[in-house]
Every structure is written in structure tokens, then in C-alpha cells.
Design a protein around this ligand. Sequence first.
Ligand code: SF4
Ligand code: SF4
Length: 370
Amino acid sequence: MAVESGEPDLQFRDPEKAEQLTDRLEALMDDIGERVTIMHVCGSHEQAIAKYGLRSLLPDGLTIRMGPGCPVCVTDMPEVDEAVALAEEGKIVATYGDMLRVPGTEKSLDDAKADGADVRVVYSASEAAEIAEEEDEEVVFFATGFETTAAPTAAVLTAAPPENFSILSAHKYVPPAMEVVAELPDTDVDGFLAAGHAATITGYGLFEEFVEDYEVPTVVGGFEPIDILFGLAKLLEFIRDDEPGLANAYQRCVSEEGNVPAKETMWDVFETTTGEWRGIAQIPEANLVLREEYSQYDARGRFDIDVDTTSSNPLTEECLCGEIMAGKADPDDCALFGEECTPQDPVGACMVSSEGPCKIWLEYGGQPDI
Ligand code: SF4
Ligand code: SF4
């Protein structure tokens, strides 16, 4: 397996460089001579692609699809229900701002807050632990996100937070989800553009096994328009050469081994378990739960959390978030897109976060009609 590491000459928004790269994409697609589908697995990639209209620059036959790359979007509804139940029982629930409007089965955390629950927005796990230091009540941190946020959550738990602090883990681990998507029968992915942020923690070496096992070219890419076009060109080179290679196209931030101390802390505190990714599937070893040594901080062990997951909202049946996250549908395939479902009144989680594909497509447009 080829492993490459390199970046374009860094003038991130240089139109000349962009033109050279789009010409390169055109030439590579001519060489390949058939349709190619690339999947990215990062909300920030989708944001940049939509915001800068990159799909309008792609040659005919090259499609970029979204994968399970928005941590807010894949947080499962029963996990939101658990946070709502804890808030309604009188615990202080602290979480990232985007999580407040994610719909649970009947209520979001925002709804619980409107009904009088103490729900607070924090920017980090350590801020949630500081609240616990100041308050006498139980403080539960609703811990969501991928490796990029799981590592700092773990760091807080290793620093002996106050006794009235616990976490409700909805952290997820991306590589097993890529394996599931690569195996889905109706998701025809020729190459993956892997998330540069998460790889700063995990390192690009993490993808070697994936590339070997699934024989799908994978490139770790940055988030500027030139980064993305360069990452796509690397992928098309691998596809043209029929080579399931791995490349690091985000060398300025990502190393082969990643952030070793952060990774060690994360795996000291968390272990993987099988769990549901909202609307996609039960994914083996893709949810992060606390190890036995840290079980005193586990809200699920500390409290009796009782949730009813029977929905009375018929619209949730029509939500295509799962299909979108699995690369099988685009946001505008959903009948509710921009009508019954808007960022102000979201039906599904993909309409909530700035990393959510439905919100991004509503804001910037998605597939240009040219
Ligand atoms: S947390 Fe970072 S790497 Fe992960 S999806 Fe969001 S932007 Fe991408
Ligand atoms: S538009 Fe709304 S309902 Fe439709 S898939 Fe997106 S989040 Fe779900």
C-alpha cells in the first residue's frame, strides 16, 4: 500500500492554483473514463465545499457525497432523551450549544430548558467541571463528538473533577463508521476524503488498516478550498492507478501518529462498544463509553435514567438524516427540506448544527444547477 504525505504550495484561495487543480481533476477524470464517487466524513468539509461552491468546479462524472461526518447529526435520539430526562429530574445538564436544539423523541434540551430545567451551554468539558465546582447540585456533562472532543473529555476525568460531576457519553469513534459505510451495498464509494481535524488526534496512520482491509483509497484533507481540490486530485490519482493508497494532504496539522498523549489519555478513559448512530445503523465498536476505572463519573451508572422512545411526531418518519449520513441521499431529496424542517424548527439533527448537511445546504446551496 502506498502511503504519501504532501501538501500543495500553500496559497489557500489562490484562483490560479485552483484553476490548475481543476484542470488536473478534469485530466484525471478523462484518464479514468468512468463515474467516480468520493465520500467525505466531516461537517467542516461539507461546509467548505458548499460555501465556496466547489461542486460547480468539478468535472462531469465526479460526485462528492457526505458521509457520517457531523457528530451532532449522529448523536442518537435516545441519547438526547437521556440528557432531557436528567435535566427534567433536576440535574444541571451542560453541553455544547448545538446539542440544545437536537430533537429527542418528544423534546430537545431547549424544550426542557424552556420548561424550567437548568441546561447550560459550555465550550468544553472543563467548563462543565468548573460549574460542578461552583454548584452543590449534580452536574452532568452531555459529552458528544468524535475523537477531537473525546480526548479533552478524557483529560478532565483524569484530573479528578468534583464528586458531583459526571458525564453522559455520546462520544463516537469514526473509523468503524467508515468501515460500515464502505460495506453498505448501495453506497458506491470509490475513495474517502478523511477528516483532517480528527486526524490531528488519531494520526493518519490510523487509516492504514482501513485502506488495506477495504481497498479504498483514502486521503486526509484540510479545509481550505485548495486543500480540498488537492485532496480530490490525490484520490483520483489513486483511483486512476487502481491503487488503494493512503495520503496525508494536511501535513501542516496531521502527523502519522497524531497527538500521542491525547490518544493515550482518551484510551485510558474510554473503550469502544457497539451502539446506534442516528438513522444509520448499529455500528460495532464505534461508541465510546467509560472504562470501569472511571465508572464513578458515568451518569448512566449513577442515575436511574428512564426514557420512552415512542415518538408521536409523524414528521420524524420522513427525515432522511440516516440516508444522508450514509451517502445515499442529498438534503434536497427530503420532502421536508426548508419547508417543515428549518434551522429554527428542525425535524432532524442534520438541520441543527453548522456541521449538519441540511443546514449547510439550506444556507449555501448544495449541488449547483449549472
Ligand atoms: S469535529 Fe472536526 S473533524 Fe470531526 S466532523 Fe466536526 S469539523 Fe470535522
Ligand atoms: S431536511 Fe430535516 S427532516 Fe429532512 S433529512 Fe434534513 S434534517 Fe431530516
